[in-house]
Design a binder for this molecule. Structure first.
Ligand code: ZN
Length: 83
């Protein structure tokens, strides 16, 4: 089971629960956002799972703003975010 951890969320502006990247679809989303190769290690990324709003902001354990601009993890029912 992916762990959850409360950390500051850049787009929420408050401390919110985050979960770890849970599957290869999500790993590939992050690899694409970061321009990384298909085997790049991205398990240090966390996704905001606040119940306050549909946030899904992506951060790492060390940096609350690893992506410029901040990006959302797309939901599983959509192939990807429109560009
Ligand atoms: Zn958030």
């Amino acid at each position: 089971m992916p762990m959850e951890r409360t950390m500051p969320c850049y787009t929420c502006g408050t401390d919110e629960p985050h979960r770890q990247v849970k599957d290869d679809r999500e790993r590939n989303v992050i690899r694409e956002l970061k321009g990384l190769g298909p085997r790049a290690y991205v398990d240090e990324y966390w996704i905001c799972v606040t119940t306050e709003r549909d946030c899904r902001n992506i951060r790492t354990g060390h940096s609350w703003r690893p992506l410029h601009p901040p990006r959302k993890m797309p939901p599983e029912t959509e192939p990807s975010e429109p560009s």
